[in-house]
Design a protein around this ligand. Structure first.
Ligand code: AMP
Ligand code: MN
Ligand code: MN
Ligand code: MN
Length: 278
């Protein structure tokens, strides 16, 4: 059985490793097919593809697009994209455009609870200032010694109802799916178990996604529990969605799940890679 890992982040967005180091780590961990899916950016794809080719690792170009749906942030992964497509590139640039102002507001809130200079602090961790995000703020808060780990930070800061949370309008669902399709990619709802939707709202998201041409959902991801693997396998099967698998690896000391180390997809689903030539 192929070890397929179709979700992770490099330092081009909010991961810790370079695309080259991720490719090598994936290979060392036994991954056969690997996608890089940086947030709202495809700037790491060329390096990732080259590094993967050099070590005989099959590479899939990807991206994880931030959207706002029903007032909440949802992530849509695009797989097998043409990263040079102008529609996609312009769309991603428009999403990134909002991050700087949001980052400054996050910093202002953190200053109010005694965490100074957080914009500058977070920026040190952001390889690309355009992509400044909550993971970079979290690393700075750990650096200050306010909390011991990034996951601890996300229990006390940066999330809804806590200091450092700034509601933000990302792309729309329609935009994200249309950009991915314009770039010949396959759209997949990332980590569906992480959203604060009830069944009715989630079904509405799935319906809207399907009607726009969305094709899959992540079933086995670093964000799901084993119960959720089974739950979202059923959802995929019943809704006719393809199923994806991805660690969502961000870095060796931060991520619970390493590249290529998740269990395989349940048998009752159709993998998102079922018709890929490989
Ligand atoms: P942003 O796109 O700036 O809203 O940041 C979202 C990113 O923050 C995610 O992709 C993760 O990298 C990180 N993140 C969000 N929630 C958590 C959490 N509970 N634990 C660790 N990282 C998180
Ligand atoms: Mn992230
Ligand atoms: Mn995500
Ligand atoms: Mn991710």
């Amino acid at each position: 059985m192929l070890n397929v890992d179709l979700h992770c982040h490099s330092h081009v967005s909010d991961g810790v490793l370079s695309p080259t180091d991720l490719a090598r780590r994936a290979k060392a961990n036994g991954v056969d097919v690997w996608a890089l899916t940086d947030h709202d950016e495809v700037g790491g794809i060329a390096e990732a593809r080259q590094a993967a080719a050099e070590i005989g690792l099959r590479f899939v170009a990807g991206v994880e697009i931030s959207i706002t749906w029903a007032g909440k942030t949802v992530h849509i992964v695009g797989l097998g994209i043409d990263e040079k497509n102008e529609v996609l590139l312009q769309g991603l640039a428009s999403v990134r455009g909002g991050r700087d102002g949001r980052g400054r507001e996050i910093a202002a809130q953190l200053a109010g609870v005694g965490i100074p200079d957080a914009y500058e602090g977070a920026l040190k961790y952001a390889d690309n200032p355009e992509l400044i995000g909550r993971a970079h703020f979290a690393r700075y808060i750990v650096e200050l010694g306010v909390k011991d780990s990034v996951s601890e930070v996300f229990r006390h800061f940066l999330v809804e109802g806590k200091p450092g949370f700034v509601p933000h309008r990302w792309a729309t669902l329609e935009q994200a799916v249309s950009w991915i399709r314009a770039a010949s990619g396959r759209a997949v709802i990332a980590h569906p178990g992480r959203y604060p939707f009830d069944d009715l709202a989630f079904d509405a998201l799935l319906d809207a996604f399907r009607q726009l041409g969305g094709e899959g959902i992540e079933v086995v991801t670093g964000s799901h529990t084993p119960d959720q693997y089974a739950l979202y396998a059923r959802v995929a099967q019943q809704s006719g969605m393809l199923a994806s698998r991805g660690s969502d690896f961000h870095g060796p000391t931060e991520s619970r799940v390493d590249l290529g180390s998740l269990p395989p997809l349940p048998a009752n689903v159709l993998p998102v890679w079922h018709d890929w030539a490989m």
